[in-house]
Design a protein around this ligand. Structure first.
Ligand SMILES: [Zn+2]
Length: 109
């Protein structure tokens, strides 16, 4: 989750927002071999959902604001939180794949 190379813990894992830097600048590990396809967005949505939905329900019950106000608050907050969490979740997924030795399979001819 530190967005560092899982092999050495020193080199940055990403080049830019979500592009995996490979090879690692410090240890030379190829971090592109770890699949992190759909799991990071799933994790980000799961975490953000557990933050936003209880807050939404609490605000709805406590203050009963108009639905347009609710949408103006929660939709942007949900999008921003997902985008902020996504690199951390992708780093965690790559670290999990590294720790459990899950790698991409070479395409079969
Ligand atoms: Zn490294």
């Amino acid at each position: 989750m530190a967005r560092r190379c899982p092999n050495c813990g020193q080199g940055p894992l990403f080049r830019g927002y979500l592009t995996v830097r490979s090879p690692c600048d410090v240890c030379g590990a190829d971090n592109c071999i770890y699949p992190s396809d759909d799991f990071p967005p799933y994790l980000a949505i799961l975490v953000v959902g557990h933050i936003v939905v209880p807050l939404f329900v609490w605000v709805e019950r406590a203050y009963e604001p108009p639905m347009l106000v609710q949408a103006a608050i929660w939709v942007p907050l949900t999008v921003v939180l997902c985008l902020v969490l996504l690199p951390y979740m992708k780093g965690a997924t790559i670290g999990l794949c590294w720790a459990t030795n899950i790698v991409r399979q070479a395409p079969t001819p």
